[in-house]
Design a protein. Sequence first.
Length: 194
Amino acid sequence: MSVGTPAVTGHCDELLDALGQFRGSAHITQRWGERLAAVLGGGGRLLAAGNGGSAAQAQHLTAELVGRYRDDRPPFSAIALHADTSSTTAIANDYGVDAVFARQVRAHGRRGDVLMLLSTSGASANLLSAADAGRAAGLRVWALTGPAPNPLSAGSDEALCVAGASTATVQELHLVAVHMVCAAFDAAVERHGR
């Protein structure tokens, strides 16, 4: 049986190396999960956004919070901004692509809510505009990005920057981060009986 070509197994090696470094960021995902439990448990909401594969990761996070991660628990308010295709296409048409998320943040975000923005590059103009809108509206802005430094991490209240050598590895570690946040969230919800 073939083990695979270096291009295939090399991907696993790259992921393993990046995961080792990433493990040191567990305290950030722990803090985010606990803070999210406090915000959502108090009636606040999470707004999340990304482009392409990062949009899928953002939507994965909101699905875990509205549905469930592991065990049954009450649903919590979490909105993937890119998932409303009518709003995103109307805003893009009327105001430009850079306003797609910022306009929704201004519509849906309330002081004290959390805005999580996912980007492998950390340089997407529409996410930078959303971060600005979120901070201006009093939301806590978190960025989950690729390697630092990048503009999105600089324009957010907190950032978790993944040191992956490729976009694929960064996206894979973003999914790990999403699940770590959900695990911390669920543990905090259970502790506080929400």
